[in-house]
Design a protein around this ligand. Sequence first.
Ligand SMILES: Nc1ncnc2c1ncn2[C@@H]1O[C@H](COP(=O)(O)OP(=O)(O)OP(=O)(O)O)[C@@H](O)[C@H]1O
Length: 546
Amino acid sequence: MLTWLRPHRWKVAASLLIVVLTVPLGVAGPLLTRMVIDQGLLRGDAGLLTLLCVLMVVLGVVVSVLDVGNVALTNIIGQRVTTTLRAGVYGRAQAQELAFYTEESTSEVQARLVSDIEGIDRFVTSTAQQALGSFTALAASGIAMVVLSWQLALLSFSLAYVLALLNHRFARRRQDLARQRQRHLTSLLRFAAEDLSLGGIILGRTLRRSGRQLERFVEVCRQLSEITVRQRVVGATAYVIIGASFACVPPLVFWAAGTAVSGLSIGTVIVMVILQMQLSQPIQSLLQLSSSLHVSLAKFERVIQYLDLPEPVRDHARPAGGAGVGVTLRGVGHRYGDAGRAVLGGIDLDLPAGSVTVVRGRTGSGKSTLGLIVAGLLRPTSGTVEVHGAGGADLRDVATIVPQHTTLFDASIRENLLFARDGVTEDDLRRVLAAVRLDDLVATLPQGLDTPVGVEGHQLSGGERQRLAVARALLADWRLLVVDEVTSALDGVTSDEVYDALRSYCRGRTLVVIAHRLPRIRPTDQVVLVDSTFRVENALPAPTGR
Ligand SMILES: Nc1ncnc2c1ncn2[C@@H]1O[C@H](COP(=O)(O)OP(=O)(O)OP(=O)(O)O)[C@@H](O)[C@H]1O
């Protein structure tokens, strides 16, 4: 936390200064009250009484102004810290290797980004601020009590210590429950996201499992509510025990003042009881805050787990587009996970710059895996991948892939296309739409390029979605393009047209086409069969020059 607070050190220092200033002001209040009673009221000194009362009012105003200033400062600090945390968690999650996204559910990432960081936000802006306020009040009342009667002060502090121990036990339990609650909350988010998506609804209805989906969801809600109740009851029990213990304090003070401790003025005894009552408030709130702290710790843990993820994959600078690059694979093999079976093995393949390579093979043979390796997104578990003619750039800097499962944003056609790169012109848009044969469709849409595509592009047909994704990739700066089954939803004629247009668009750059429905093969194409035995059916000369 200190690291997170470092950029805001001056604000933190100002906030601490206010706290420090509040302590003497807090001590002055009760001492003034004693003077009002003993010297102003009991001795009947009207002049002194007026002066003391004016002082009390001024003191109250100053303390309030400082309070508001402190709230503003701590909130500014808190909000900046949470923004930094959100950016940190997002950045770390975004930079992980592909395996991370196949193992971690989206809801897990969302829960950390939203509810966990919100918990930390509450801690930094309100819990920490309250704790600071309570500490100040406690310090002020404590010092005033010691000044008035150290014996009675000792009595109060001993009781507070016992209560703190008791509270600690309750707080541990609440931290455990908070961890369980976060896990259930993540499942709830996952079911809601999966089941209430278009795909989830169709799945539920067509398999007649909507009831089962609801049951599953209700079961998680039930477990979540059970844990929430337990968490709150544990918290309330601690609070009630502590509150009840404090109710015993005033009689104890009266009794001690009348018997064990002698020589106290009436003003001192009255102010002691007021202070006792004042003291109970910050102590109770601090004890409660220590429980909230344990809940927050569970959230800190989850957020820090993400911030501690391995060093991010560096953000690759995109060199401006140029001629195609060549790629050489030697002895390349891949195995998903440590114990997984080998998907690919011993592949030797040359992709000359500016060539077209068609990858075919049975389903599940590893074509997409090969595509990801060639695009530099997946590091093979064995063998080497070299890029030629890229001027020292990494494969990831120069390659782009249109994966089998396309991702479209819930935005207009134009916004989806503009995501590819900055500085796209209307002419660029027209050219890529023509290349994927989407120009005719866009011309018939009343809103044209500004037509929304809906959630995950569901307002478009499957084939239109695929072609829009290809058009977007074409707009990017790349020197090697991998397209993975991008015409699987198209009829044969349109599929051929799209591939022909792709070839002309990519001329001079390197193209890898993964397809079940093969494009029209030309004599210059290299055809690769991914099988149990990897075969290059129509090899091109190996690329030369780095
Ligand atoms: N992330 C992953 N984790 C574990 N196994 C995986 C992963 N991705 C793919 N596989 C497995 O690797 C094998 C090859 O998958 P891949 O997607 O490369 O095949 P493909 O030839 O493209 O298949 P299709 O033609 O059906 O798209 C499959 O058996 C698949 O189950």
